[in-house]
Design a protein around this ligand. Structure first.
Ligand SMILES: *Cc1c(COP(=O)(O)O)cnc(C)c1O
Length: 368
């Protein structure tokens, strides 16, 4: 926490706004719009998953439709496709940003259309904070007239060409889950330049109540709005977001400086168009040194938590029957990739300890 979250939460209690609406929700949405710029509208929601679900509903994704989705991601990017009774079609990553490969995306679109089915939407991710090859993805989206959903759950504060991640999709989504760069304990947001999409999200997220004095519904609704208490935490967190980005990037720089000569490849900005919040610092093992699993187990023995890179969706038991277009990039990143401890509050001593641990695993490997 940054400091003023408690005061905003107290404000909710003092004014008796203990509901999924109120001044903190309005204030948090305003803060987000101010931060993102680019004339976007924002609807605060109960989670990032809810935001993806509403994005699909708003874009008209229905039973039997196909939706293209980045395979290398957290399952929450893909689950809402199945909530809609639609069919996920998974697309591999490219090796530069680790995000959706424009080449395989286009291949997938052409092939699905050959089978008589034009996909209804494309979900790409800014993984671990790294912006995707957004210009290429937007070009393909325009060429085939298929709307883009940007899953920027991990990328608040990242930019591409100087423009904030979370503003590039026809609809973009953010998450404020407890593990993200800033948190509301649990929460998310739907973002769009198209005001009617955001109005629709607000309507659907409050049980789709038609304007009438009685309760009247002509569509299926959801209970997806953010609590005014959680939004209070979010308002406090927005004050420290710029610090959090600096802290996460410092974590990345530290590991990079200490470890890149040891043969690891870090997920790093391909050129100066890309600016990552480095939500997590992630690397892949070198061709000679210890495997990522050897490193993970050695860290674990010292009570240091690290995690393999997301297991691609097309390899998940629950999604394995769905189509996939790729050439094994996401598989390789999963096999070789490790997420290092990346918390904003890690001290230089702690970062040194983790780096030294990894260096000592390498030296041990050389000796044995
Ligand atoms: C966290 C996350 C989500 C889901 O957000 P929640 O707020 O936890 O529902 C979706 N996509 C990605 C890539 C995420 O990391």
């Amino acid at each position: 926490m940054g400091g003023s979250e408690q005061a905003f939460v107290n404000l909710a209690f003092e004014t008796n706004w203990i509901a999924p609406l109120g001044p903190n929700v309005d204030g948090f949405e305003k803060d987000l719009m101010g931060f993102l710029g680019e004339d976007v509208h924002v609807c605060a929601l109960s989670s990032g998953t809810a935001a993806i679900h509403l994005a699909l509903v708003i874009l008209g994704v229905r039973h039997g439709d196909e939706v293209l989705c980045q395979s290398l991601t957290f399952s929450a990017s893909a689950n809402p496709i199945v909530y809609q009774g639609a069919i996920p079609v998974f697309v591999d990553s490219e090796p530069d940003t680790w995000n959706m490969s424009p080449e395989h995306l286009e291949r997938a679109i052409v092939d699905r259309m050959k089978h008589g089915k034009k996909p209804k939407a494309i979900i790409f991710v800014d993984l671990y904070g790294m912006p995707a090859k957004i210009d290429a993805l937007v070009e393909i989206s325009d060429k085939y007239g298929i709307p883009l959903i940007e899953d920027a759950a991990e990328a608040l504060g990242s930019t591409f060409n100087g423009i904030k991640a979370g503003t590039f999709g026809d609809i973009s989504i953010l998450s404020f889950n407890g593990n993200k760069i800033i948190t509301t304990s649990g929460g998310g947001a739907l973002v769009s330049k198209n005001r009617s999409y955001v109005d629709k999200a607000r309507f659907l997220a409050t049980q789709a109540q038609d304007p009438a004095p009685h309760y009247q519904h002509s569509q299926i609704g959801y209970n997806y709005r953010m609590s005014n208490i959680c939004a209070g935490i979010g308002r406090g967190q927005m004050e420290v977001l710029p610090d959090r980005i600096i802290q996460r990037r410092r974590v990345f720089d530290h590991y990079c400086n200490r470890l890149q000569d040891a043969g690891f490849t870090f997920q790093s900005e391909p050129d100066n168009k890309y600016y990552s919040n480095h939500w997590l610092t992630v690397f892949t093992e070198g061709s000679s040194g210890p495997s990522r699993e050897t490193i993970r187990l050695a860290l674990s023995e010292m009570n240091i938590d690290s995690r393999p890179v997301w297991k691609p969706m097309h390899l998940q038991p629950v999604f394995s029957a769905y189509p996939y277009y790729g050439e094994g990039i996401s598989e390789r990143l999963f096999q070789n990739g490790l997420c290092l401890p990346s918390g904003s509050n890690l001290s230089l001593d702690e970062l040194d300890m983790v780096s030294n641990m990894i260096v000592s695993v390498m030296q041990k490997e050389v000796l044995t």
